[in-house]
Ligand binder design. Structure first.
Ligand SMILES: Nc1nc2c(c(=O)[nH]1)N[C@H]1C(S)=C(S)[C@@H](COP(=O)(O)OP(=O)(O)OC[C@H]3O[C@@H](n4cnc5c(=O)[nH]c(N)nc54)[C@H](O)[C@@H]3O)O[C@H]1N2
Ligand SMILES: Nc1nc2c(c(=O)[nH]1)N[C@H]1C(S)=C(S)[C@@H](COP(=O)(O)OP(=O)(O)OC[C@H]3O[C@@H](n4cnc5c(=O)[nH]c(N)nc54)[C@H](O)[C@@H]3O)O[C@H]1N2
Ligand code: SF4
Ligand SMILES: [Mo]
Length: 699
């Protein structure tokens, strides 16, 4: 067996993997020894990658729906059809009638091409990414606090910290390698752990203090902690004002958050809130982590800002062992933000709304600046609204499964079914989304194509083609450039290899926070990649940002932001008295298209379970193992009752994984219940907090 270096295609941790290939097949995947992220370890998801390659349902050729049935067609036919339909719709309804929605596991090269096609050649900013559901609030949080979307810290800080503040992240299952490093640091160095989560999770099990917060109330908690930090003299106000603006406004706002009021809002005891604030005030080096318990919220960006306030107030910023350590959800979520995969972004960590940025990108692409629209395109939920209203006619989806992962599934499916052209590019069929397509394009996946990922700690890595894709499946980048050529953009898309795309794209990062001009495929091949920025071939990479405490904001300082707590939108009332929280299980990844095809992982979690507190179960006559139904104002989903003290009374919990495409039947998917409201600052949907009622299913 031959072993090749790669990087994990699942979460954004970016673990180095060794892939064992024999006779053109991937037989084993294991952790890469001495890799700075995981040093030989992996979680179960990575070691169970081999079955995803030859699993049933792999797409091997393009399909077009005729008279309701999918028929295999040649690539020539499929590409000509997609290009022709796109052109027809653009001609009839204008460029803003088409949209693209991709996944954050797409290669950076793929999004570069898609941006160039949509934002430059076609002239619409309707380019979206599943990172809208995942990291867009972290990005908006950083832009408002720091002036740019740039995670400042590095994993090596874990071993240097003496306090971890982990909020809204069940990293014991969602980032097991990071959790392992934190647990080891705690055991070795005596570092303290604070966990903020409404559930008693596996992560909370190692906490010195677990704040079992009422869902949705983190801004009040963070303001309450800031209140105590000021009151008890933990804030060196003069020093903080040297590197941060907004201190007076924040101090005034947090006056309104005394511990008694915060205890009322959050449900956490006053004494615990005070104890947490003192731990933070006394810490030598605090690292903060936050994840979907923050970002899946109508107050997501304010949760981010109010957390960064705590780091800034206590000087826990941009020095070894201290700072916000933003972890990204999917493998290339940061690469995709930096290449401009959202409708308000342009390549190189630039913004559509910034005229200088538009000019720089237009010069680079050699097009008149007026060709780039000056206003952001639609966010994914606005694209869905556009499909409903008829303003959007064509949607091209790759590497994401919106019919399972977007909120309010029935409303989403109805919208997707209304599209005149729905192109879905996946590696499997059927998925919940390919089932609704007019055209299904067969993609090559990880290890069947070459390109780059950027991990949470800004580390760029090459993932290389090691085996052939099945049948005629093609890399997504090739499909994109073929469609672009067929639309008449032969000159602009005359690529033969992803390396040519990378060489072009990296130039537009020059001088930016994501500068990768010092990186080349040959530098990355077989090696651990550097952390960005990396501006020259001999540059070792940049582990930490803003170490000089200068921030790219008008006055050079970071921003303390006074953010008031606001209640969630979908409030409970008599008819819908429970809050349903959604999230993840250790053995499935997102919409389960790959992990659901691993017999081992599937055996660990074959069916949808719904967690309910024993007191609530008793009052509803529910016993463990009953089939129960959860109903919101939008729909219902069923699962098996699991009675547990892990959830608070009044809360229920369900994972997001159980769509119907893998044959477990309809009606188990959490998103049948969830709401399409979003944070107005990041346009990220509220996926965690839903008012529901619960009942036993009478068979
Ligand atoms: N095994 C596995 N690993 C994964 C994934 C997977 O599907 N499976 N997906 C990857 C991706 S894309 C992502 S984004 C990450 C997500 O990783 P996480 O964010 O860690 O996972 P979630 O389970 O979505 O949510 C985290 C926690 O938020 C809590 N929570 C809910 N509401 C609130 C609130 O109002 N406040 C606070 N403080 N907490 C709240 C929930 O109880 C839950 O325990 O995981 C990545 N890793
Ligand atoms: N209720 C609720 N909903 C949620 C969440 C939640 O916590 N609760 N979490 C949200 C979050 S954080 C996220 S990130 C999203 C994730 O939502 P999705 O992006 O929809 O989830 P995935 O299952 O990762 O979808 C990836 C798709 O791409 C396909 N694929 C994999 N590799 C390739 C490739 O190389 N090429 C092509 N063409 N296809 C490929 C897979 O088969 C799969 O269909 O879900 C969100 N939805
Ligand atoms: S922690 Fe994330 S990156 Fe590491 S092996 Fe597991 S899924 Fe892959
Ligand atoms: Mo995510």
């Amino acid at each position: 067996m031959q072993w090749h270096k790669s990087t994990c295609p699942y979460c954004g941790m970016g673990c180095g993997l060794m892939v064992g290939v024999e006779q053109g097949e991937i037989l084993k995947v294991r952790g890469m020894k001495d890799h700075p992220v995981n040093n030989g370890k992996t979680c179960a998801l990575a070691s169970q990658l081999p079955p995803v390659f030859k699993a049933p349902g792999r797409l091997t050729q393009p399909l077009i729906r005729r008279h309701g049935e999918f028929e295999p067609v040649t690539w020539d036919h499929a590409i000509t059809h997609v290009a022709g339909e796109m052109q027809r719709i653009i001609k009839q309804h204008g460029p803003n009638a088409v949209a693209f929605y991709g996944g954050a596991a797409n290669l950076t090269e793929e999004y570069y091409l898609m941006n160039k096609l949509m934002k430059a050649a076609i002239g619409t900013n309707n380019v979206e990414c599943s990172t809208r559901l995942c990291m867009s609030s972290t990005a908006a949080g950083f832009i408002s606090t720091l002036g740019v979307d740039a995670p400042p810290a590095t994993y090596a800080d874990v071993e240097l910290a003496d306090l971890f503040f982990i909020a809204g992240s069940n990293m014991a299952i969602s980032l097991p390698i990071l959790f392992y490093r934190i647990r080891t640091a705690k055991n070795k160095n005596g570092a303290k752990v604070i966990v903020v989560d409404p559930r008693r999770t596996k992560t909370a099990a190692i906490a010195d203090i677990h704040l079992q917060i009422r869902p949705g109330t983190d801004v009040a908690l963070n303001n309450g902690i800031a209140h105590i930090l000021f009151k008890e003299g933990f804030v060196n106000e003069e020093k903080v004002q040297e590197y941060a603006s907004g201190l007076c406004d924040l101090k005034e706002l947090v006056q309104e958050y005394p511990p008694s009021r915060v205890a009322d809002i959050t449900g956490c005891p006053e004494s615990q809130i005070v104890e947490v604030a003192r731990l933070i005030g006394k810490a030598k080096a605090m690292l903060t982590f936050w994840f979907m318990g923050y970002n899946h919220s109508t107050q997501a960006v304010f949760k981010n800002n109010s957390l960064h306030n705590l780091s800034l107030l206590t000087g826990n910023f941009c020095r070894p062992g201290a700072g916000p350590l933003s972890i990204t959800g999917e493998a290339n979520a940061l690469g995709n933000r930096w290449v401009g995969a959202l409708s308000h972004l342009l390549p190189g960590a630039r913004l559509v709304a910034n005229s200088q940025h538009r000019q720089e990108v237009a010069n680079f692409w050699n097009i008149p600046v007026k060709n780039i629209q000056p206003t952001p395109g639609r966010s994914i939920l606005e694209i869905i609204k556009g499909l409903h209203s008829g303003e959007i006619r064509a949607l091209w989806v790759t590497t994401t499964n919106p019919a399972a992962s977007l909120p309010n599934t029935s409303w989403i499916r109805e919208a997707l079914s209304k599209a005149e052209l729905l192109v879905v590019q996946d590696i499997y069929h059927p998925t919940e989304t390919t089932q609704l397509a007019n055209v299904v394009l067969a993609g090559a996946q990880w290890c069947e194509k070459t390109g780059t990922f950027v991990s949470s700690e800004r580390r760029i890595e090459l993932v290389e083609k090691l085996i052939e894709a099945p049948g005629e499946a093609k890399p997504d980048y090739e499909i994109i450039w073929l469609v672009a050529q067929a639309m008449g953009f032969e000159k602009e898309f005359a690529y033969q290899t992803p390396e040519e795309v990378f060489e072009e794209w990296k130039e537009i990062t020059r001088g930016r926070v994501c500068d990768m001009t010092g990186v080349s495929y040959s530098r990355l091949r077989g090696q651990v990649g550097p952390q960005l920025p990396c501006p020259s071939p001999d540059h070792p990479g940049t582990p930490r940002l803003f170490t000089d405490w200068q921030f790219p904001r008008p006055d050079g300082r970071a921003a303390l932001l006074a953010r008031d707590y606001v209640e969630p939108v979908d409030l409970t009332e008599k008819e819908y008295p429970f809050v349903m929280i959604t999230g993840r299980l250790a053995s499935h990844f997102n919409t389960r298209t790959r992990t659901g095809r691993s017999p081992k992982l599937n055996a660990l979690a074959p069916e949808n379970k719904i967690d309910i507190h024993p007191l609530d179960a008793a009052s509803l006559g529910i016993v463990a193992g009953d089939n129960i139904e959860v109903t919101s104002r939008r729909g219902s989903a069923q699962g098996i009752a699991r009675l547990t003290f892990e959830v608070l009374p009044g809360n229920v919990y369900m994972s997001m994984h159980f769509g119907s495409a893998l044959g477990i039947g309809e009606g188990k998917l959490a998103n049948l219940l969830s709401q399409a409201t979003y944070d107005i600052h990041s346009k990220q949907p509220e996926l965690k907090y839903n008012a529901v009622k619960v009942s036993k299913v009478v068979e």
